[in-house]
Design a binder for this molecule. Structure first.
Ligand SMILES: [Zn+2]
Length: 171
């Protein structure tokens, strides 16, 4: 299986909203599998379908610790509870390569999703796992972590990414 190409800013497809998945067919299962492989290959802890140019509500996450003993494959995930407490987390994103910044996130969230066996599941994330869940689910609504920053800080990071892409000659 080929790796999927992760889109990087300023690709407009990163602003797409994912549509709900109504039927979990072989195509969806293959896509989730390819997303997991791509996530490991690109050394990310999460990946959304919108990042590979597919407007569907699919997310995979592997924190590499006990919070995800196996890679999470989430279909139509939604946040159903957020802790009132927030904290600032250092974030990076495969679609915004080479830079990172602090973003304020809820310290805990609960996410409901459908698994690959068409069963409803819930996961309770804390700390960086909660941060990752919020970051990945944002992608499904076309929101990048840099969209949570001040316009000036956001532009600074965008310029950095575009400049380094130009230097390395990629896209
Ligand atoms: Zn991301």
């Amino acid at each position: 299986m080929e790796y999927l190409t992760v889109l990087t800013i300023p690709d407009p497809r990163l602003k797409m909203k994912g549509e709900r998945v109504e039927t979990i067919d072989a195509g969806i299962l293959d896509l989730l599998e390819a997303m997991v492989k791509t996530m490991y290959h690109d050394e990310g802890c999460g990946l959304s379908a919108t990042q590979v140019g597919i407007a569907k509500r699919l997310v995979v996450i592997d924190m590499g610790d006990e919070s995800t003993p196996e890679p999470l494959k989430m279909i139509n995930p939604e946040i159903i509870w957020r802790s009132p407490q927030t904290e600032r987390y250092q974030e990076a994103c495969l679609s915004v390569p080479g830079v990172s910044a602090e973003v304020e996130r809820h310290v805990e969230v609960k996410v409901r999703y459908t698994d690959i066996h068409n069963k409803t599941q819930e996961v309770h994330g804390k700390g960086y796992f909660a941060e990752c869940l919020q970051h990945e689910l944002d992608h499904l609504d076309g929101i990048l972590y840099i969209d949570h920053l001040s316009p000036m800080k956001r532009q600074l990071l965008i310029n950095k990414v575009i400049k380094s892409k130009r230097l390395s000659g990629t896209r």
